[in-house]
Design a protein around this ligand. Structure first.
Ligand SMILES: *Cc1c(COP(=O)(O)O)cnc(C)c1O
Length: 394
């Protein structure tokens, strides 16, 4: 019998719908920016990772177009066989200089960077110490390595140290990995203390700076710059899909580390390179960031204004230290209803529910961008106030 093999999927999907956990995916019909077209309707965008608003920047688009003219569309090979363009090498040089590291490897995405970077460093005889709230791509990267995985409490350096002390002697090598900025709450890992513990015990240190690049540090140079830890953190993972407004991931650090990734990083070796257009656009983003801090400054000014006003209105915006603004509402259904009502008022802000966040902490996560004008923020605040009152949240 083959007919009933997939019936369980219908039950699973119905179960998600019944619990308010079914994720309805909206489709965008415009460029990314402060205002976008969602399912045919023009709305104020409060949920993209386009922190600096450069995803639609004229210089980025011109760079991508020029690259297509010169190099065509697809790379036609993996990087290690015939897919490495001079553009890739140039971008890696530029990213390393921007971040203040010896070398960098540009891969297909931030997710892929974590798949690529962990397994070459630790294996069956080794141990990984990982923050409880690390991103899914880190969790999967850890699993791929076959190392023993030890979870420590969220941002709890004392717990990490106790676990390192207890476990490390039983293994050949240890790696500690943490998100830099935690994407659901906007809090920042205590990187200075983590670095210190890793150094004392000889554990390799790794940070995923996906939400820190273009946001934290001088001119958006990232979390390592924010803490002044240049040359001290062993592995820095990054993405070019958020503040940089394009797509791609990066593995950065000492030359010896990046050289090893070029030999052993499986997605680098077995999956095709990013396109010339993407790579050239990323380079234009680095240009923009190196030329001026204006976009980063505006991002922070917008975020501070929005967060201050939301707190004044009486919303629970958690303990964010970055432009990520969680508006914590509690039950899944409330968050979903809140999002629908915002959408009716032309505000696009998606609900985030279990299992992405713990049960009882369903939320709307507002992503502030440098592209929001003062009028945009005001309109957003007004809509939040109206819906908050309507639903009895404030
Ligand atoms: C978004 C994110 C990623 C994935 O980056 P992509 O470039 O979109 O694949 C990886 N790690 C963290 C911590 C992220 O927030």
């Amino acid at each position: 019998m083959t007919t009933n093999k997939l019936t369980w999927l219908e039950n699973e999907l119905q179960g998600l719908k019944d619990q308010g956990l079914f994720n309805t995916i909206r489709t965008i019909g415009s460029a990314q920016g402060a205002w976008i077209v969602v399912d045919g309707k023009k709305v104020l965008n409060f949920c993209s990772n386009n922190y600096l608003g450069v995803a639609d920047h004229p210089r980025m688009k011109a760079a991508a177009q020029a690259a297509i003219e010169k190099y065509g569309t697809g790379p036609a090979a993996v990087r290690s066989i015939a897919g490495t363009l001079d553009l890739h090498v140039e971008l890696e040089r530029r990213l390393a200089a921007f971040k203040g590291v010896e070398d960098a490897l540009y891969v297909q995405s931030g997710f892929v960077a974590n798949q690529a970077a962990i397994a070459p460093l630790v294996g069956k005889e080794d141990v990984i110490f990982t923050d409880r709230l690390n991103h899914a791509s880190i969790i999967d990267g850890c699993r791929l390595s076959s190392a023993k995985i030890i979870v420590y409490d969220h941002c709890d350096v004392a717990d990490a140290e106790a676990k390192i002390k207890e476990q490390l002697p039983q293994y050949r090598r240890g790696l500690l990995v943490t998100d830099g900025v935690f994407s659901m709450d906007g809090d920042v890992a205590p990187l200075d203390k983590i670095c210190d513990v890793c150094d004392r015990y000889g554990v390799i240190s790794m940070v995923d700076d996906a939400h820190g690049e273009g946001v934290l540090g001088r001119g958006g140079r990232g979390i390592v710059d924010h803490f002044g830890l240049h040359g001290k953190f062993d592995v820095e993972i990054g993405t070019l899909s958020k503040a940089f407004g394009v797509v791609g991931g990066v593995i950065a650090g000492k030359k010896v580390l990046v050289d090893w990734m070029r030999q052993r990083g499986r997605p680098f070796l077995f999956s095709s390179a990013t396109t010339a257009a993407d790579t050239a656009a990323c380079m234009a983003a680095v240009d923009l960031l190196e030329e001026s801090t204006e976009l980063v400054d505006r991002l922070w000014a917008n975020a501070k204004l929005f967060q201050t006003e939301m707190a004044k209105l009486g919303f629970n915006t958690g303990h964010s230290e970055t432009p990520i603004t969680p508006v914590i509402l509690g039950e899944n259904q409330v968050a979903q209803q809140f999002s629908r009502k915002l959408f009716e008022r032309n505000i696009f802000a998606m609900p985030i529910v279990f299992p992405t966040v713990p049960k009882g902490t369903a939320r709307i996560r507002v992503m502030i961008s440098a592209s929001h004008s003062a009028a945009d923020l005001e309109q957003g605040l007004e809509a939040f106030q109206q819906v908050g009152k309507e639903l009895g949240v404030i």
